[in-house]
Design a protein around this ligand. Sequence first.
Ligand SMILES: CC(C)(COP(=O)(O)OP(=O)(O)OC[C@H]1O[C@@H](n2cnc3c(N)ncnc32)[C@H](O)[C@@H]1OP(=O)(O)O)[C@@H](O)C(=O)NCCC(=O)NCCS
Length: 343
Amino acid sequence: MTKPQIRPATGAQYSRIHGVGGYRPVRVIPNSEVLEWIDSSDEWIRTRSGIAERRWAGPEESVAEMSVQAAGKAIAQAGIAPEQIGGVIVATVSHLKQTPAIATEIAERLGCGTAPAFDISAACAGFGYGLGLADGMIRGGNAEYVLVIGVERLSDLTDKSDRSTAFIFGDGAGAAIVGPSDTPGIGKLIWGSDGSQRDVISQTQAWDTAFAKPDAINGAGTETKWPALRMEGQPVFRWAVWEMAKVAQQALDAAGITADQLGAFIPHQANMRITDAMIKALKLPESVPVARDIAETGNTSAASIPLAMERMLESGEAHSGDLALIIGFGAGLVYAAAVVTLP
Ligand SMILES: CC(C)(COP(=O)(O)OP(=O)(O)OC[C@H]1O[C@@H](n2cnc3c(N)ncnc32)[C@H](O)[C@@H]1OP(=O)(O)O)[C@@H](O)C(=O)NCCC(=O)NCCS
């Protein structure tokens, strides 16, 4: 007797991004406001990071609310109905309620029926990780369309007295609808991690440690504080400049694309100087438009690539159908890069 054989799932041959959308909080925090918290200067912040202002979310602009707003735009651009979405992936490190995943609330509010919905924690590489998962789900036959969201309220995890981070982080959400395609729209994902460097960007203390101490919530006393993100700027900077340029090049090579064929370079908006160093290392021709959304948005971790992508498309700097090189990198350390076709 022949052994019964499982009928394999069959999916689309290729996938691509069908729509992108972003949400930027209403409240603008200019550098002048940051100078009320830390000893610094507008010039120092601009020259060291490229940031002129960032946006911080208000009480109504929750992780779910910002995500729903961004996703609504991406769904509209894709021209699909929410019921067609067969997966909701939310990349975030700043949703403070750990269980349940915020993705299920977002899926329900958008009307995605019973779509599988889950959160991933991959910091500034979160959008790229989500894109890779979506691509696999679609080509593997486990979903037709997948909603990938990168969303952060990093202001909730920012220590306003920390000179090395107070000026960097911002809040916001970016979303993309990934779906089937007749032609390749997402190149091989070059992704990875380096846990030996897990301490260079991390939360100052675990929640259990913080709550075990009586003054944890209000920050009273000297010993404990509400947990925040802490970063060793220089090692992160060096790693990003040296290692990430190589990863970006690998993504180009794997996709069979040369830098001069790109219509946009959209790196994670970590720091404008990191972007400039990567441009040099990649020998990117001056004709390729580069995302510089960090100037007005700050570093929004998982949200930064889709937010920057939306801005480039809206401003006309990049165009639908162009090839874009995206690369995210951050706490973990983790990274993810790919060449994609812009929606
Ligand atoms: C954070 C970062 C901008 C700091 O720049 P840096 O040149 O490394 O700064 P350093 O900590 O070495 O300090 C250099 C000088 O600036 C001063 N400085 C540090 N923070 C400052 C601030 N906020 N304002 C003004 N001066 C500051 C230091 O005191 C030091 O002064 P000194 O030379 O008189 O001792 C930089 O390291 C960086 O961008 N790293 C990557 C961070 C990043 O992109 N993270 C996101 C990854 S997801």
